[in-house]
Design a protein around this ligand. Structure first.
Ligand SMILES: [Zn+2]
Length: 79
């Protein structure tokens, strides 16, 4: 019979060879590799999304700055 350990993430038992000790605020708990990898994958996706948003924000503020510059130049020309 395969030895199983309780996975705190899935709240079910998995075979021991799929389990890794995982540090939590409550101390080390057993967690399966699949859930650890899934969480890591989600974090990478979030990071990529965050970087994308930062690039959008940067482009938007650059456009706003350029617009303000054109506007002030136009005002100087007319004034
Ligand atoms: Zn699990």
């Amino acid at each position: 019979m395969t030895e199983t350990l309780f996975c705190y993430c899935c709240r079910v038992h998995h075979p021991k060879d799929q389990m890794r000790r995982f540090p939590t605020r409550q101390g080390e708990r057993w967690r399966c590799l699949r859930s650890i990898e899934a969480a890591a994958g989600q974090r990478l996706e979030r990071d990529a999304f965050g970087r994308h948003q930062t690039a959008i924000n940067r482009a938007a503020s650059k456009r706003a700055a350029e617009k303000a510059l054109h506007l002030s130049r136009a005002l100087l020309r007319t004034g």
